[in-house]
Design a protein. Structure first.
Length: 192
């Protein structure tokens, strides 16, 4: 009964190979980031001094059976052998950090305002504020200022988001091994 259950589970895992092979695939015109050794590139760019050539903003023109054709400059194309590619990423868009900057700026402003207001102590005279009231007023004022400055700085900070592309097709191979001690179920995931 136990081996029948394990066999059913093994056959249920077979579609896992089809699902895992549906990774991000670069299309024509996508911004890609590619890392390859210099000898995988054509003769125009193979004279680089580093051990790997890196093209962060190339556009994919087409994918051949054994090579990628890239647009690296407005009038310059580049052929890269797929066998020599060590890493390939596809752009998933750009991201702004306005909310993060606003929250960091507000936190810094509130903290510095509250500390400076409380450190100035109680007032004496006709306009009397306690240290607690001054901490609240300074914290609100500097917090609002920090919120505005942080959101502007965060909105100006734009970064690319990249999704890694597995090099090759993913395949999952379930296996069921029967022995004297019982049955063992294993799934092997590999990229070809």
């Amino acid at each position: 009964m136990r081996s029948v259950f394990l066999a059913v589970v093994a056959f249920m895992l077979i579609p896992f190979g089809a699902v895992s092979s549906q990774a991000v695939q670069p299309g024509s015109g996508d911004r890609i980031r590619i890392t390859a050794p210099p000898n995988a590139l054509d003769k125009r760019t193979s004279a680089r001094s580093s051990s790997e050539a890196y093209y962060p903003g190339a556009r994919l023109l087409s994918v051949g059976s054994d090579s990628l054709f890239l647009l690296v400059a407005p009038a310059e194309t580049l052929a890269v052998a797929l066998a020599g590619v060590s890493r390939l990423d596809v752009s998933a868009g750009r991201r702004s950090y306005a909310l993060r900057g606003a929250s960091i700026g507000a936190l810094i402003g509130i903290t510095s305002g509250a500390v400076s207001g409380y450190a100035s102590g109680d007032d004496r005279g006709w306009c009397c504020f306690t240290a607690g009231w001054k901490a609240a007023i300074y914290g609100a004022g500097l917090g609002l200022t920090g919120l505005v400055i942080g959101s502007v700085v965060g909105a100006l900070t734009v970064r690319d988001r990249w999704t890694s592309v597995p090099l090759g097709a993913a395949a999952a191979t379930p296996s069921l091994q029967m022995g004297r001690g019982g049955a063992r179920l294993a799934v092997t995931v590999s990229y070809r």
